[in-house]
Write a protein that binds this ligand. Structure first.
Ligand code: GSH
Length: 210
């Protein structure tokens, strides 16, 4: 049994989608970050960086923050979505780091300045939107000759990237400008586990479709 501390955001959804995919029992604890619940001293005991998502594995008491680490832990615990070869393992690290270091932080800035800031800070909005489009271009190019980020197999890299593309409406990105990303996105959006994971904690946010 896994305790999942989360909210309906891209980083949170990575983990709920993963838990749905691997079919592990889990209990959801909603941490409403719009109300500052991530700063609750009790939550900080397991979340030293005061951010969701965090898991606690009741089997061994381990608590983990950082969605990239959590995805790898759950892959290993379940024996699912693990790369078959050493080369694939490193390719997984490469694209997971790409998500964690580039897609997440840069798209997050677009959400801050373009969506919430209504592009009033022109310099920041242009800078992050430009980088966001560049990253969409990188992903579109990579997916031009493969179904998934690691090739033929759906993996934790797809799970890590999907919820960020699931905010393309917030990013003012027309997904049809990136047809390979759009095709991949529609494919993943059709997976029942992805749909269930999107709705954790229960929310009324519609998954945008191109
Ligand atoms: N690198 C972290 C980022 C986590 C993160 O930024 N979480 C956001 C929601 S998506 C959060 O909890 N924000 C609350 C805050 O910054 O106070 C991860 O991938 O887990």
């Amino acid at each position: 049994m896994i305790d999942l501390f989360t909210w309906s955001t891209p980083n949170g959804r990575k983990v709920s989608i993963m838990l749905e995919e691997i079919g592990l029992d889990y209990e959801v604890h909603a941490i409403n970050i719009t109300k500052g619940e991530q700063h609750d001293p009790k939550f900080l005991e397991i979340a030293p960086n005061n951010k969701i998502p965090v898991i606690v594995d009741r089997d061994n008491g381990l608590s983990l923050m950082e969605s990239g680490a959590i995805l790898q832990y759950l892959a290993r615990k379940s024996g699912q979505f693990l790369p078959a070869t050493d080369t694939d393992f490193w390719k997984m690290q490469e694209w997971l780091m790409f998500q964690m270091a580039s897609v997440g932080p840069m798209f997050g800035q677009v959400h801050t300045f373009v969506r919430y800031g209504e592009s009033k800070n022109v310099e920041a909005s242009e800078r992050y939107l430009k980088e966001c489009h560049r990253l969409y271009g990188v992903m579109d190019n990579h997916l031009s000759d493969r179904n998934y980020f690691l090739g033929v197999n759906y993996s934790i890299v797809d799970i890590a990237i999907f919820p960020w593309i699931g905010r393309h409406d917030w990013q003012t990105v027309n997904l049809n400008d990136y047809p390979n990303v759009a095709k991949w996105y529609v494919d993943l959006a059709g997976r029942p586990a992805v749909q269930r994971g999107w709705n954790v904690p229960e929310n009324d946010q519609v998954m945008p479709m191109p």
